[in-house]
Ligand binder design. Structure first.
Ligand SMILES: NC(=O)c1ccc[n+]([C@@H]2O[C@H](COP(=O)([O-])OP(=O)(O)OC[C@H]3O[C@@H](n4cnc5c(N)ncnc54)[C@H](OP(=O)(O)O)[C@@H]3O)[C@@H](O)[C@H]2O)c1
Length: 598
C-alpha cells in the first residue's frame, strides 16, 4: 500500500503518488526577507487537470521572483490567487525544475510516466484565444509564471505543471545543472530571437548588460551560438575572464564611467554635454573591444533606468534595445531624437513561449549553451540561497537546490556526444581614429559648444542645518514636523548619525492613500521613507547640482559630509537657493527650513 508521505530523497516507486509531500512554503503572516518567509511544511500533493502533469522534482532553480513572493511585494501572490478563487493560504514557489514525470492527465500526449524532464515556467489556459491558432501565448490574458503567479512550483517533492511546459532533460547534465538554466535561458532566447526583423544574425554586434549574471551568461552563449559578436558589460575586472569564457569577444567595466541614470534635462546644456561626453566614451569603449567602429545591432537590457539612455544612444541605426526588467528603476528616459531620426526600437520582452523555450533547450542539449551553475544548495539551504540573492551576494551565473536528488552530481544518463565548440571570432585590430559617431541629423547639442563657467559652489548658497527625525518616529509626528517648520522633507538619521533616508511631503501623503487613520498610527518614518537619499557635497558646483536635480525631477538636495563611510547631513540646497544666488538675494534663514529638530 502506498505510503502517505515519503522522506526527502526516498523516491516513491515510479508512478506512485503519495497523499502528502514535503514543501517549502510562504504564508502571509511571515512575509519578509527569505530567511523569515520560507518554512518547511508538509502539505497535500495537488490534484492535476487533464492537460496537467505531476513531476517528481529532483532539483529546483533559484530566481529572484521567489524573493519577491516571500517579501509579499510588489504583489501579494497568495492574496491575488485567493481573490481569483484558489483557496490555498500558502505559496509553494519555484519556477525552474528538473525531475521525473509521475502522473499525467488524460489529455496529455507529449510526455509519459518515467520521462526525465526540465520544466519551463510559461503557463496559459489552453482555451485562451491568444494561445490558439498559432498565436503567441505570451500575449494571452491568462499567461502566468508557474511557481510565482501560480502555486505548486518546484520547491516541493511534487510540482503541478501544464503538459507543454515539459521538455526533455539534457542527458549529459546533472539534475542540479538541468534545473538551473530554463527561466533565464528562455527569456534571453526570446529577447535575442523573438523580434522579427531584429532577430539576431551572424556577425551582429550585441551589447549584453550584466554579462556575468543569470540572464547575461545565457545571452552571451545564445548570441555566440548564432555566430553573433557579444560584448559584455560587467562591474569589475575579475568578471572579464568569465564572460570571455562564455564567448564574449570582450567586456567593458562599467565602473569606469559615471554618466549613469536618467538623462539630464534636454534644456540643461551643460549637464547634457557632460552626459554626452560620458556616453561617447562608453561607445568608444565598444569600438575598442571590437577593434573597429561598429555599433551594436542589439542591446540586451535589464538594468533599466540607469542604463537605458546609454543603450539607446549606442544602438546602431535601425537597431533594437530589448528589455525584460528594470532592476535599477522604471523611469527609462529616452532622447526621442535618437529614437525617431535613427529609427531605433525599444522593445519590452517577458519570458518565452514553447518554441523559444525549446530553442534554448536544444542549444543546451547540443552543448552550445552551458547552464552556468555556480552553486548548489541542499534542500535545507533554500532560504539561504534566496537570502544571498536578496542581498545581491549570490555568485556568477545560476544557483540550484537539491530536492529529490540525494547528492550532487547525479542524473547524467549519457555523455555529451558531439559538443559543438564555438570558435572565437577573429576581428581585425585597429584603433578607431574618429570620435564616437554622432547622429547625422543636426541636433542642438552637437559640436563643441563653449559654456560659460559658473564657479559658484554649493557652500555659497547653502542653508546650513537640517531637520531630522529618527527611523522610529511615528508618521503623524513626521507630518507635524513638516507643517510646523514649513519644509518639504525630513532626513531620517540612524543611531550612528548617518542619513538612512528621507521622508518627503509626497511620502507622507502617499502613506495616507488607501489607509485608515488607525493604520497610519502604527507606521513610522522608516516604513515610508525613500531609502535612496539624493545628496551633494559642499564643494560641488551649483551647475552639477542643478543637473542632478533636474534629471531626477526634484527641487532640493541634502548636502552631506562623508564621515567614516556615513553620509552626515549638514544642510539643504534647493532650486530657490539657486535662484537667490542668481539674483544675489540673501539666503532666507528666517524660513525654518534647516533647523535641527533633534
Ligand atoms: N521578464 C522576465 O521574463 C525576466 C526573466 C528573468 C529575469 N528577469 C529580471 O532580470 C533581472 C536580471 O536577472 P538576472 O537573473 O540576470 O540577475 P543577476 O544574476 O543578479 O544579474 C544581474 C546583473 O545586472 C548587473 N547590474 C546590476 N546593477 C547594475 C547597474 N546599475 N547597471 C548595469 N548593470 C547592473 C550585474 O552585473 P555587473 O554588476 O557585473 O554589471 C548583475 O550581474 C532581474 O530583475 C530579474 O528579475 C526578468
Amino acid at each position: 500500500m502506498a505510503k502517505e508521505l515519503y522522506a526527502l530523497g526516498e523516491h516513491p516507486p515510479l508512478g506512485e503518488v503519495p497523499a502528502k509531500m514535503h514543501a517549502w512554503l510562504v504564508r502571509e503572516d511571515r512575509f519578509g526577507e527569505p530567511l523569515q518567509a520560507w518554512k518547511q511544511e508538509v502539505v497535500d500533493v495537488p490534484a492535476i487537470a487533464e492537460d496537467e502533469v505531476l513531476v517528481y522534482v529532483m532539483a529546483a532553480g533559484v530566481n529572484y521572483n521567489n524573493v519577491w513572493a516571500g517579501l509579499g511585494v510588489p504583489v501579494n501572490v497568495i492574496a491575488a490567487r485567493n481573490k481569483a478563487g484558489e483557496p490555498e493560504p500558502f505559496h509553494i514557489g519555484g519556477s525552474d525544475a528538473s525531475g521525473i514525470v509521475y502522473k499525467v492527465g488524460k489529455a496529455v500526449t507529449n510526455v509519459k510516466v518515467g520521462d526525465e524532464v526540465v520544466v519551463h515556467c510559461g503557463t496559459w489556459d489552453r482555451d485562451d484565444p491568444q494561445a490558439q491558432d498559432g498565436k503567441d501565448p505570451m500575449y494571452a490574458n491568462s499567461f502566468r509564471i508557474w511557481g510565482y503567479e501560480t502555486n505548486y512550483g518546484s520547491f516541493a517533492q511534487f510540482t503541478r505543471v501544464q503538459d507543454h511546459q515539459c521538455l526533455p532533460k539534457p542527458r549529459h547534465l546533472t539534475w542540479e545543472a538541468a534545473s538551473a538554466y530554463m527561466l533565464v535561458g528562455a527569456t534571453a532566447y526570446r529577447m535575442l530571437h523573438g523580434w522579427d526583423e531584429h532577430a539576431i544574425q551572424k556577425d551582429d554586434v550585441v551589447l549584453i548588460w550584466g554579462g556575468a549574471g543569470g540572464l547575461g551568461s545565457m545571452a552571451i552563449q545564445i548570441a555566440r551560438a548564432q555566430g553573433a559578436i557579444p560584448i559584455a558589460v560587467v562591474s569589475s575586472d575579475d568578471k572579464i575572464d568569465y564572460v570571455k569564457s562564455l564567448g564574449a569577444v570582450g567586456a567593458i567595466n562599467r565602473s569606469r564611467f559615471t554618466h549613469w541614470g536618467m538623462l539630464p534635462h534636454w534644456k540643461d546644456q551643460v549637464g547634457y554635454a557632460k552626459w554626452l561626453k560620458g556616453v561617447r566614451e562608453f561607445g568608444k569603449a565598444i569600438w575598442d573591444v571590437l577593434g573597429e567602429k561598429k555599433n551594436p545591432k542589439l542591446v540586451f537590457e535589464h538594468p533599466g533606468e540607469s542604463t537605458i539612455p546609454t543603450s539607446i544612444f549606442v544602438t546602431e541605426t535601425g537597431g533594437m534595445v530589448v528589455i525584460c526588467a528594470g532592476t535599477t528603476g522604471y523611469n527609462a528616459t529616452v532622447d526621442l531624437r535618437y529614437l525617431w531620426m535613427r529609427q531605433k526600437r525599444l522593445q519590452g520582452s517577458h519570458f518565452a513561449n514553447d518554441v523559444q523555450a525549446k530553442g534554448v533547450n536544444d542549444l543546451v542539449i547540443e552543448g552550445k549553451v552551458d547552464p552556468c551553475l555556480s552553486r548548489t544548495f541542499t534542500y535545507e539551504g533554500l532560504p539561504e540561497a534566496h537570502q544571498l540573492m536578496f542581498a545581491n551576494q549570490h555568485p556568477h551565473g545560476n544557483m540550484a537546490i537539491l530536492v529529490g536528488a540525494k547528492e550532487l552530481g547525479t542524473g547524467i544518463s549519457a555523455p555529451l556526444s558531439a559538443r559543438e565548440e564555438v570558435s572565437a571570432v577573429k576581428l581585425p585590430i585597429h584603433t578607431p581614429e574618429e570620435f564616437y559617431a554622432q547622429p547625422r541629423v543636426a541636433l542642438s547639442y552637437e559640436g563643441t559648444a563653449a559654456f560659460a563657467k559658473d564657479a559658484t559652489k554649493v557652500r555659497d548658497i547653502l542653508h546650513a542645518g537640517v531637520i531630522t527625525c529618527t527611523p522610529a518616529m511615528p508618521v503623524d509626528e513626521v507630518a507635524r514636523l513638516l507643517v510646523d517648520y514649513g519644509i518639504h522633507a525630513v532626513v531620517v538619521l540612524g543611531s550612528d548619525g548617518g542619513a538612512e533616508g528621507v521622508v518627503s511631503q509626497t511620502d507622507v501623503v502617499l502613506a495616507r492613500q488607501g489607509r485608515t487613520k488607525e493604520q497610519i498610527a502604527g507606521m513610522t518614518a522608516a516604513s515610508i521613507m525613500s531609502p535612496s537619499l539624493l545628496t551633494c557635497r559642499l564643494d560641488d558646483s551649483v551647475t552639477d547640482v542643478v543637473t542632478l536635480m533636474t534629471s531626477k525631477g526634484v527641487h532640493r538636495l541634502v548636502v552631506a559630509d562623508e564621515r567614516n563611510g556615513r553620509k552626515v547631513p549638514i544642510g539643504v540646497v534647493s532650486m530657490t537657493d539657486v535662484i537667490r544666488g542668481m539674483i544675489g538675494a540673501p539666503s532666507d534663514s528666517s524660513k525654518c527650513l534647516c533647523r535641527d529638530a533633534n
